[in-house]
Design a protein around this ligand. Sequence first.
Ligand SMILES: [Zn+2]
Length: 160
Amino acid sequence: METHLTVAISSPEERGIAVPVKPQQKEAGYYPLELLEFKELLMEKLEETDRAINDIRRKISCEADGHEKGFFGVHAEAGSAEEELEKDARLLTRLGDFWWQIQKSLRKISFGTYGICDCGCGQTIPRARLLSNPVANQRIECKQKITEEAKMRFVKTGAR
Ligand SMILES: [Zn+2]
């Protein structure tokens, strides 16, 4: 009886039956209606980011103007104004990166590949992760694995 059961639950491969290769594109990713929801979310983020970029650009040009015209007359204040300018420039870079990530995600939506982990595992990035970070392009597990591997490589080469 037991042997029969074992035979029954062995996989098709074990039984020598040819299993068709899974069509990855169909199995992973999201349906058009779901993609539409993500697209709306991305468009919202894009608008927010555009606004933030414009604000910070205006702020930077004001700061630069003020700096040139000597509005920050006292030397101590001129120093902190420069710090502020650097901080804003860094923020602008970060916002610019985010803007590009949004554009890439929107392109993926039009190609229908949005939500598929790009590490090569071909699995779907969970909806909850995409809702909290719509520009995520890897599953948490894959991202962690890649970070670990990079660390290991660093340790190995650094040990020499
Ligand atoms: Zn992956």
